[in-house]
Design a protein around this ligand. Sequence first.
Ligand code: ADP
Ligand code: ADP
Length: 237
Amino acid sequence: MIVLNKVTKRYDNGTLGLDGVSLTVGEGEFVAIVGPSGAGKSTLLRSINRLNDITSGDILIDGTSITKARRREVRAMRCSIGMIFQQFNLVGNATVQKNVISGRLGRYSTLQTLLGLFPRADYELVDQALATVGLSDKLQERSDRLSGGQQQRVAIARTRVQEARILLADEPVASLDPVTSQTILDDLRGINRDAGTTVLLSIHSVDFAKQYASRIIGMRAGRIVFDGAPQELTDDM
Ligand code: ADP
Ligand code: ADP
């Protein structure tokens, strides 16, 4: 469960990113955050795994405050929080296999990580994850040779092997065409259904949000202005 308690984020230049946001997201929910550019969607998602620090309030992940956690603790908490970005954030000159298996990195010692020593079973998880996104034949391909949609599916495979309890996706389909977007959203729905992973994504298209999410959060100027079922969302949102 994710709990935000009166969270405010003011950037160094004075811009208010979040303005007193309170929110509870339960286990296994599929939540879409919609709202105009600058509404605070990205700030909200990045605050949850502490990619940015908040100014006041508190954020709890399964009862533990990530706001108050120390660096080592934050790192441990991030092992159970997957993140997907608009720009995929893969290591471009590394193979698909290397990118996907990096989802397991947080589990091992620094030395193991440096040496790239992963258990055999981890490679099997990689194979399975790539099969679910239809990229088994790309295992040894350089990631930057793939199309945008394929790269995003690699990122999704990476969060599958991470076995995260929570998946945060910041505009995961913003740079993709509608057909490819649908395959990515199908993959996210698959993770939500197969593993019961809580999915929280920001998305520009209200139509896609309605089609995929079981709950929609509307944001404007750093505040939540709508929180309800897709069918309750009116056109003037
Ligand atoms: P995008 O989300 O379009 O990929 P960025 O990740 O660079 O863009 O930034 C996210 C948001 O933060 C954007 O709305 C951008 O305008 C804003 N932003 C980034 N840096 C600053 C800054 N120094 N001052 C004001 N706004 C910023
Ligand atoms: P959204 O994801 O809904 O487009 P953001 O969370 O990126 O909104 O931005 C919320 C507000 O915070 C905007 O006014 C944006 O310009 C500002 N902002 C975002 N990142 C930064 C930053 N790094 N520095 C200053 N202002 C920022």
